[in-house]
Write a protein that binds this ligand. Structure first.
Ligand code: HEM
Length: 169
């Protein structure tokens, strides 16, 4: 058991999911939709970030998401700062970089190490479901074409599952 936990910790990539080339490719923890996009999505003329409308679209998604968090009785108490603005900005920059936009997130915050950064917060299945409900509302608001909506949704649903760190409510 201890060994299994260490293997997972060593192979999880810093974007919150098990990375490519991992020995755990066949593990239920591995999800293609959970990996950072391959390098060509960053370097090519049209990244997924560009395809969906870049900063403007991601800003709208994250603003809608945080409006949901602000009124959520489960999630709001988990956020340490009274002002949600800085948290919103971190998440916005993270998603921009994840999908192939500017790398400002890493320049400011270093490696994402999302599992580790969420460790102080008790993310149980209820918190995950609340989180995903607000993200679903946010994606609905920007109404991406179905294929892009699916790609975005696949990533966040897998990543949200991966962030669950307790079963205790
Ligand atoms: C599953 C439910 C989740 C809960 C309850 C949750 C909760 C939180 C909380 C309380 C913070 C601290 C706010 C701050 O001060 O920045 C945070 C930070 C963050 N979360 Fe989540 N989160 C969840 C899922 C996710 C997912 C799925 C992603 C990515 C797709 C994500 C990305 C981030 C990022 C990028 C930060 C800021 C990290 C940094 O400090 O640089 N979270 N989250």
């Amino acid at each position: 058991m201890v060994f299994a936990v260490r293997v997972v910790a060593m192979t999880v990539n810093s974007w919150g999911c098990v990375g490519q080339g991992s020995a755990l490719r066949s593990s239920p923890l591995f999800h293609a939709g959970c990996e950072p996009p391959p390098p060509d999505r960053h370097d090519g003329p049209v990244s997924f970030y560009d395809e969906i409308g870049g900063e403007e679209t991601i800003t709208r998604i994250v603003a809608r998401f945080y409006a949901g968090v602000a009124g959520d009785e489960v999630l709001r108490p988990m956020y340490p700062e009274e002002d949600l603005g800085p948290a919103e900005e971190r998440f916005r920059l993270f998603l921009m970089q994840y999908w192939g936009g500017p790398t400002t997130y890493s320049e400011r915050r270093g490696h994402p190490r999302l599992r580790m950064r969420h460790a102080p917060f008790p993310v149980d299945p209820t918190a995950r479901d609340h989180w995903l409900k607000h993200f679903r509302d946010a994606l609905d608001e920007v109404a991406l074409p179905p294929e892009q909506d699916q790609q975005f949704w696949d990533y966040v649903t897998h990543a949200a599952q991966f962030m669950v760190n307790t079963m205790e409510t």
